[in-house]
Design a protein around this ligand. Structure first.
Ligand SMILES: NC(=O)c1ccc[n+]([C@@H]2O[C@H](COP(=O)([O-])OP(=O)(O)OC[C@H]3O[C@@H](n4cnc5c(N)ncnc54)[C@H](OP(=O)(O)O)[C@@H]3O)[C@@H](O)[C@H]2O)c1
Length: 222
């Protein structure tokens, strides 16, 4: 299996993923539903990855940036919303890993997997604001920790970035403004704040860092 220096960014059409892609220019390949790769559909990913592999071989890094959000109390969450949040945040991670990571292992060279949770999802406490979303993100953290151990012998690191309130044109402006008072730094995060974390995890400085959650939230409380 031939490896490439490509970054495969799943969910990179807007927001954080698009900014990561912009930073890496032609080294980045972006998958979105609108581009024909639906990460909640394993068959769609298999097809997309076959095309990617034919063009580039295995990616050097896999960055998964998908995860829809809904702010509803647990008893007020209907089944369709519950299923959608787990499909978008957790199933999409599982399908992406299964479609892409075996080729990274077969390429037999160092690699990176970066997943996205949300600030607080790795803490053992209730998240009243968006309980189903945070339960799904907690599952992402747990999958990442296990995958990190599985892939460590292959020199592929797996880490999670947990953003707080990161502002971009498509972010949840109303809830971000409402929660701003809980950010001790007194401002919303910018996409550039997250890019720094991605840069670090992709760099040789993070060669020995795996199974970790890197929170980027300005000290967000609650
Ligand atoms: N922004 C924040 O403040 C914040 C806070 C905490 C956590 N996060 C997490 O950080 C990550 C990135 O956040 P973001 O704000 O940049 O997200 P976003 O604005 O919702 O962008 C998500 C991207 O994923 C694509 N996408 C959605 N569903 C997909 C699917 N099934 N298959 C393929 N692509 C899909 C979307 O494009 P298409 O619709 O074209 O497919 C879009 O390009 C997410 O995991 C999010 O939960 C963000």
């Amino acid at each position: 299996m031939v490896g490439s220096d490509q970054l495969l960014i799943v969910g990179g059409g807007q927001g954080i993923g698009a900014a990561i892609a912009a930073e890496h220019g032609p080294r980045a390949t972006v998958w979105t539903r609108t581009a024909g790769a639906d990460a909640t559909d394993p068959e769609s990913l298999r097809t997309a990855f076959a095309a990617f592999q034919q063009a580039h071989g295995a990616p050097a890094a896999l960055i998964h940036c998908i995860g829809d959000f809904a702010e509803q109390p647990l008893l007020g969450t209907d089944l369709a919303t519950y299923r959608h949040l787990f499909a978008s945040n957790v199933d999409s991670v599982f399908h992406t890993i299964q479609a892409v990571v075996p080729a990274m292992v077969a390429a037999a060279r160092p690699g990176r997997v970066i997943l996205f949770a949300a600030a607080g999802a790795d803490k053992q406490k209730g998240m009243l604001r968006a309980p189903v979303y945070f339960a799904a993100k907690a599952a992402v953290v747990q999958l990442a920790r296990s995958l990190a151990a599985e892939l460590a012998p292959h020199r592929i690191t797996v880490n999670v970035i947990a953003p707080g309130l990161i502002h971009h044109p498509h972010s949840h402006q109303e809830s971000q403004q409402r929660l701003l008072a809980r950010v001790p730094m007194g401002r919303l995060g910018a996409v550039a704040d997250v890019l720094g974390a991605v840069r670090y995890l992709l760099s040789p400085a993070a060669d020995y860092v795996t199974g970790q959650v890197l929170t980027v939230d300005g000290g967000l409380q609650g």
